[in-house]
Design a protein around this ligand. Structure first.
Ligand code: ZN
Length: 397
């Protein structure tokens, strides 16, 4: 629902953060009921988004004390799955993925009773897609502004200016990314490596920016524009992968292409591109800015540089970790790599679904080793770029 379904439960201001104690699903013949239990009254807002269909419930900062994680829906009701977590500072969020279009009833707020805390009761009734879409959309005050991504390259930096590297730790906040065999979350591993890489590059004289330096959600569409705004010379996005086959292991690297070098790479890009959907970001209307930047001839040079850098990373990274044996450098349509003028790569540091990869990703030694080998590749890349800027452009590998 697009209307500002904002409800104020009570008026007292809690001394400390309200606690979310439970989230339950009730699947009935005529409706699916979603109940959230809280220690304190909170201000909340609910709206629905289409494509894919989701219900978003925004709360202020809360403490999460839900036992046992999200409940598994049966699959026959309106709810496909749900998740919760910090969306951004001051804003916690539930995102409910739907199996079908629904009509969301006005939330019911129940005071503490029978050992329960405050309960917010949301009933979802089956509806039609047309009716659902009519009521769906981002509330006007929250609608994300489409970032301006200029296709015009930024002015070249002056001679001798320091190189700028933007390091992008994937996922964050509500979007945990992939989850490892021992419960390790991708968002935490990549943030730890991003911070180390940033420090290491600064030590070597580069200027670095991190798209995030805390456990917070950053929409995909605002990650790439940062690189453009900072006139970055390189954009490095860090991720960790998973595979249904637990024996698959090793690091791999991705550069941008429209079609994808193979089905697996295309599927991975699709998975990584889900980040905004997972966190309940409205993609209608604003995705055009980043998602559909045309990869034209003007970008050929950027893409060549990206590929050269990817090869440099692989050659250094093998000193610090295992590399995926088969085709470790591939390409696909990753939203986060769609920068017209900043060479960009996405590194999958290893497989959290592989016990050995997962275990070492948790160690300081591995994280430091990986960070310094990527920094070595950055050094090598700029040495070769400077050399290639001589008589003629060097051919891409
Ligand atoms: Zn990822």
């Amino acid at each position: 629902m697009r209307l500002d379904l904002e409800a104020l439960i009570g008026t007292s201001k809690p001394q400390s953060l309200p606690v979310v104690m439970g989230a339950r699903l009730g699947e009935h013949a005529d409706r699916t009921r979603f109940v959230i239990e809280l220690s304190d009254p909170v201000k909340f807002r609910m709206f629905t988004l289409a494509n894919p269909n989701r219900v978003v419930l925004d709360l202020p900062d809360v403490l999460w004390r839900i036992q046992g994680g999200p409940q598994k829906p049966s699959g026959t009701g309106a709810v496909k799955a749900y998740r919760y977590g910090q969306f951004r500072p001051g804003n916690a969020r539930f995102v409910i993925d739907l199996n079908m279009p629904v009509n969301v009833a006005e939330p019911l707020v129940l005071p503490p009773q029978d050992g329960y805390g405050y309960r917010v009761v949301i009933d979802l009734f089956p509806s039609t897609q047309a009716a659902y879409e009519k009521k769906s959309g981002w509330p006007a005050d929250l609608r994300p502004k489409a970032p301006v991504v200029s296709a015009i390259p930024s002015a070249p930096k002056s001679e001798g200016a320091k190189r700028v590297i933007v390091i992008d730790a994937g996922h964050g906040g509500l979007d945990s990314g992939t989850v490892g065999v021992d419960g390790t979350q991708e968002k935490d591993v990549v943030l730890a490596v991003a911070k180390r890489l940033g420090k290491e590059l600064q030590r070597r004289g580069y200027i670095t920016y991190l798209t995030r330096d805390t456990d917070v959600f950053i929409p995909l569409y605002s990650r790439t524009p940062l690189a453009h705004a900072k006139r970055a010379d390189l954009f490095v996005s860090l991720h960790a992968d998973s595979n249904p086959n637990p024996s698959v292991s090793g690091a791999s690297i991705y550069t941008l292409s429209e079609k994808g070098s193979d089905r697996e790479a295309a599927a991975l890009a699709q998975k990584e591109n889900q980040s905004d959907i997972i966190a309940g970001v409205d993609l209608t209307g604003d995705n055009s800015s980043v998602a559909s930047i045309l990869i034209d001839l003007a970008q050929r040079d950027t893409m060549n540089k990206s590929s050269r850098f990817a090869e440099a990373v692989l050659s250094k990274l093998k000193n610090a970790t295992d590399i995926l044996p088969r085709e470790p450098h591939r390409s696909a349509a990753f939203v986060v790599l769609k920068s017209p003028d900043v060479p960009a790569v996405l590194i999958e540091l290893g497989y959290l679904s592989n016990a050995r990869d997962c275990a070492r990703m948790g160690t300081d030694a591995w994280r430091s080793g990986v960070a310094s080998s990527i920094a070595d590749a950055v050094d090598g890349h700029f040495e070769s770029v400077t050399a290639a800027a001589g008589p003629s452009q060097s051919a891409s590998p």
